[in-house]
Design a protein around this ligand. Sequence first.
Ligand code: PLP
Length: 417
Amino acid sequence: MVKTEATLVAPSLDPGLLRPDFPALDQKIHGHPLVYLDNAATTQKPTAVLRALDRYYRRDCSNVHRGVHTLSQRSTASYESARGIVQRFLGSSSDREIVFVRGATEGINLVARSFLGPRLEPGDEVLVTAMEHHANIVPWQLVCKAAGARLRVLPMDDRGELRLEELGKVLTERTRLLAAVHVSNALGTVNPVEELVAAARQRGVPVLLDGAQAVPHKAVNVEALGCDFYVFSGHKAFGPTGIGVLWGRREHLETMEPYQGGGDMIVTVGFEGSTFREPPARFEAGTPNIAGAIGLGAALEYLEELGLPQIEAYEAELLSYATQRIGSLPGIRLIGTARRKAGVLSFVVEGVHPHDVGTILDQRGVAVRVGHHCAQPVMAHFGVPATVRASFAFYNTRFEVDALEQGLREVKEIFGP
Ligand code: PLP
């Protein structure tokens, strides 16, 4: 047998065994078993995460870093241990590089305000790609506007792959930061981030990678990637909402001004002025999302136990099955056909508005996302206002793809040829 990337790592993952770990998957919607294919929006949570949250609130509930009493020491230990889990998960060399934030959006805003903003001069440029989520466009626009700088865009082609041959034109001596999505939420494209980082580094340009859609699907090692900042959201990686991570190189974090002011981030406070703690505390003003961080730690440990290579191999097979089944239905146009993809199948059904498709599928228990997916420039590129997006996780099965296919056949029947 020819050894492919997928066969080198035995896809030993069995979703049948894992699904009981996810109580929310076991329910009926309009009388049909739930087929949850909206994982790019948010993922379901395993009992390991629910138990960690329950334990914190039932047993250890207390503020962190402040109390001498036992509960506070317990919650501080769990919170800081979660930071250590994230450090290991991302392959970072220090837990001082892990900042807990609300999600990918806040992580990007933090870098825009505290890192880039003070360094931008009129005429400077920030480079993004044509397939960014709004969270990786708007924060840069805001700081560019304030500084008189401008946003430039690395274009993509009609498969939804970046046009790397254009990089030389848009990465210039005025570029102060390159911000790129690792895996596109609207198209599923896995970008060649190593090449982007190498090109930027050659010019001394720092790179932020948006890993919101990468972390749930593949192993990420920030040191191997060589980027400067990496962000992701807990809720898209089987953890709680309201928690996320900014990983930043220590040498950058140490030079950055606080993002928000308040308790826990200071060394001294007087009316004449205040001094600030070292990172990451400097960027975690106020009471943090303690339960969220602990829950995220449990989620990442769960992923580590399954094995990210196994998850990637299983999902690659499932996505290829889905692409073949759904892509061969008459009247379906796939949006995003890159050669390297993860987790996402976006499409439009000829003559049917995506919202109607989503509503009919919901009546059959199939949950998909319809809309612009917070990626309006991507929709503009493909000339559509919205798409239907089925997005997968390791707990999805071929049967669920079949249910989606059957639902789409019924959509076609209702709306005619
Ligand atoms: N980046 C990408 C690629 C995303 O898919 C999302 C959410 O869909 C975000 C950023 C923003 O994530 P959050 O809303 O959790 O901050």
